[in-house]
Every structure is written in C-alpha cells, then in structure tokens.
Design a protein around this ligand. Structure first.
Ligand code: NDP
Length: 445
C-alpha cells in the first residue's frame, strides 16, 4: 500500500478502535487507490481520504419498547450518515443482534462507493439496531419499529437521509416505520423511505432488485469469458430477500440452483430448489430453511454448516459479511468454481478474495454486484418525486441497463488501470473517483 494511504489507514484504525468490519472495509478500498492518488495528487492535498473515512454524522439512540409479557426492553439504534457529496444519505436499516457501530460503519462506508457506482444522485449512509426480530411476535416488531422511528424521524427526510431495508427489515417493517413517520410528522412524504409497498408509494421491482441485479451483473461478467448461466450449477447462501430473488433470476436464465441456507444450516436439492416451497417456508411462515427439506422429497438438510460445502460452478453469497472464508474458497476452487458474485455486503473474507482472484475465478464485489437494490430505490424516489408509478417491465429494463453500466464501468476502469478482469480494483476506483471529485467541487465541508 502507498505511504500516504498507509498513514491515513493507521489514523483510521487508531480513531475507530474495535470496529473490525469497518477496518476491513476501509483497508480493502485503500488497497485499490494507490494508482489513483499518483494520477490525482489533488485528492491528497484536499485530505479527501481522511474526510471520506469520517462520517458526516453518527447518531446513536435508545430504543425502548414493551414485549408481549409487559416487560420493558431496551435496544440501541444507529444511523451513520456517511457522505452526502452526491446526494442525500441513502442506505438500509439492519435489525440483527450482531449490529454495533463497527458493522453500521462498514456498511455505510461501502454504501458511499456503491451508490456512486449506480450513477444516481445518492450519498451513502446506513443504520439499524441490535434488536433481534427472530421469535418476536408481529406486535412486538411493530412496537419496536414505532419506537425506533420516534427518534429516527428527526434525522431523515426526502432531501436529507432516505433509509430502506436490509437484514431483518423487509416490506412489513418498512410499512410500520413509514406509518410512524407519517403519524409523527403529519406528512405523506413518500420519498423519505424506500422499499414501500406498491400500493402506497413503492416501486415495482424494488423487492426483487438486489437479487436480480446480482445475477444480471454475474451474467455479464460470465459473458466476458463466453459463459452463461444456462445449465450452470449454482449455490446461494441465505434464504432471505436477496437470496430468493437471486435464485429466481438465476433459474430464469437456465441455472440449476441446488442449495441455499440460513444462519442455522443449509439445504441441498439436487433436483433444483423449488421456489414456491422455499417462499412458503421462509417468507410466509417465517420458518428456518430446514423446513424446506422436510417438505420436499429428495432434498436434505445439513445443520450448523456452511453451504459452501456443496460443489458449484457459480457461488452467490447472499446472507451476511465474512461468510465465505479462505477454506471455503479453496474447497470451491478445487471443485471447479468459475465465478462468485456477492449479493450480500462483504461476504467474502480478504484471504478468500485473494485466493479466488489468484485462481482466476471471476469475482464480483458486493458494492458493484448488489448495487441494483439501491439503484432501484433511487428509481422509487424518482417515481415518488413525480407522483408516478412505472410498469414492472419498464423498471426492470432500467435495472438491467444500470447493472450493465456498472459492470462495464468496473471492467473498463480495471483495464484503464492495467489490471483487466479485476472488478475489485475497477469498482473501488470508479466509485471513489466520482465521490472524490464531488467533494473537491463542494469545498472543505
Ligand atoms: P434478509 O433478512 O431478508 O435475509 C438474510 C438471510 O441471511 C437469512 O437467510 C438469514 O438467515 C441469513 N443470515 C443472516 N445473518 C446470518 C449469519 N450471521 N450467518 C448466516 N446466515 C445469516 O436480508 P437480505 O436478504 O435483505 O440481506 C442479505 C444480504 O444482502 C445482507 O448482507 C445485506 O446487507 C445485503 N444487501 C441487501 C439489500 C436489500 O435490498 N435487501 C441491498 C444490498 C445488499 P436467518 O433467517 O437464519 O437469520
């Protein structure tokens, strides 16, 4: 790593102790930026790197709520407004017991570059809570959402900061969050949050967008080697929003998707995942993925193990950070892996990324491959601003165009910087340059 970058990285590590995931995300981006700084010393002179690593605003708040037994519970809420050089802060809310400041900051930092890559006018931010929705009744989750929004509402707005969903926050939770925002402010401000239901300001394709977009990116990446999804053996981690829609799109393109998972284990279905059963189990009944194997003859369940035990030509990590490590990567490479596209954020550990790249596996980092979700959120904001509602076909066409542009931008940037096929380098440099130029234009703010 270049000396200037090393110096800033040291400061970032020292100023943000204990935030392991944030350190990992910053280090990964910095490893790509050496050649950019050589060509553009103005970024160093204006301390763009130091400014990029310091969120514009960080909000931490108490979220009190009452459970079904009448007991008062306390969780911690976060919103990290990272960078608004390109537009209002934009990024999801995660409800998961593992959430702490370091996770929210890694996600917010990644979001800045991802949102830049979409080409849409959106800055980066992220938020969430250490609240665990699993095992909670609908009433408990609604009361939690209402309490969370009772503080968050004063920090967000159509032109300020626009949250959306992430792990543990789907369409149901967005409804309860928006309902409370509307109630407190007495404003039907559709553009304040995305991922809304289509009858109350949402956009068609938003629910599908992250998973679909990941597969569309992978399709274009495979095409650079004359490959396609048709007949390809695919495994997917997770069985939430991103995973289910990645499976749906991969199957539509002819892929043979044989396994998916949740935090407890994975299922293998050599006949191909039956999406109808998977949706019923996970989305409707909200049961663990093990139940899929119980209902589908020929499928089997493996508890307490990762889905990467299953051989695949294309692996789509769509669950969570650092879920595919060096051992997993080595196994998959030895078994003939051709490509990895990340639906999740930072799911592949740095050691695994290095191993995949040196083995010649096509590797698409999340900040590029899963940008279709936030891009379609920006399309939702466009529809809200013009009080319009686009058709599914039109919106999906827009998403496909955006994913193709992101892919080509990453590929061309990697080539321009002398490392063709390195999507990590391409995504980091293309994402960074646009934000850095906007920061220079806006002065020291
Ligand atoms: P969901 O909550 O819908 O699904 C998450 C899935 O991942 C579930 O199957 C869950 O299993 C599994 N999972 C969660 N934590 C872990 C863990 N620690 N170990 C193993 N599995 C785990 O979330 P999404 O599908 O929305 O998000 C998945 C990923 O995609 C996240 O990394 C998110 O940041 C990223 N992403 C999401 C976007 C979106 O539009 N929703 C946009 C861009 C990125 P279980 O139910 O057992 O917890």
């Amino acid at each position: 790593m270049q000396v200037q970058l090393e110096r800033v990285l040291e400061q970032v590590l020292a100023r943000n102790p204990g935030e392991r995931e944030f350190h990992q995300a910053v280090t990964e981006v910095f490893e790509s930026l050496g050649p950019v700084l050589e060509r553009n010393p103005q970024y160093v002179d204006a301390a763009v790197l130091e400014r990029l690593c310091e969120p514009e605003r960080q909000i931490i708040f108490r979220v009190p709520w009452v459970d079904d037994t009448g007991q008062v519970r306390i969780n911690r809420g976060f919103r990290v407004e990272f960078n608004s050089a390109l537009g209002p802060f934009k990024g999801g809310l995660r409800f998961h017991p593992s959430v702490y400041l370091g996770i929210v900051k890694f996600l917010g930092f990644e979001q800045v570059f991802k949102n830049s890559l979409t080409g849409m006018p959106i800055g980066g931010g992220k938020g969430g809570s250490d609240f665990d929705p699993r095992g909670r009744s609908a009433g408990e989750v609604m009361r939690f959402c209402q309490s969370f929004m009772t503080e968050l509402y004063r920090h967000i707005g159509e032109y300020t900061d626009v949250p959306a969903g992430d792990i543990g926050v789907g369409g149901r939770e967005i409804g309860w969050l928006f309902g409370q925002y509307k109630r407190i402010t007495n404003r039907y401000e559709s553009g304040v949050i995305t991922g809304k239901g289509v009858t109350w300001g949402g956009s068609l394709v938003r629910t599908e967008a992250t998973g679909y977009g990941t597969v569309l990116f992978a399709e274009r990446m495979l095409a650079t080697r004359g490959l396609s999804f048709d007949g390809m053996r695919v495994t997917v981690s997770g069985s939430g929003n991103v995973a289910i829609h990645a499976i749906e799109k991969a199957q539509a393109l002819g892929a043979h998707v044989v396994a998916c998972s949740d935090s407890l284990g994975y299922v293998v279905d050599e006949a191909g995942i039956d999406l109808e059963i998977l949706r019923q189990v996970r989305e409707v009944e909200r049961l663990p993925v093990a139940e899929y194997a119980a209902r589908r003859s020929g499928a089997h369940y493996v508890a307490s193990a990762r889905v990467w035990q299953v051989d695949a030509q294309v692996a789509l990590p769509c669950a969570t950070q650092n879920e595919l490590d060096e051992n997993d990567a080595k196994r998959l490479v030895d078994a003939g892996l051709l490509a990895v596209a990340e639906g999740a954020n930072m799911p592949t550990t740095p050691g695994a990324v290095a191993l995949l790249q040196s083995a010649g596996v096509l590797y698409a980092p999340g900040k590029a491959a899963n940008a279709g979700g936030v891009a379609t959120s920006a399309l939702e904001m466009q529809q809200n601003a013009s009080r319009d509602a686009w058709s599914f076909e039109h919106t999906e066409e827009r998403l496909a165009g955006i994913m193709a542009r992101i892919h080509d931008n990453c590929a061309e940037t990697a080539e321009e910087y002398g490392d063709p096929g390195n999507y990590v380098l391409g995504a980091n440099i293309a994402g960074f340059t646009k934000v850095a130029d906007a920061m220079l234009a806006l002065g020291v703010v």
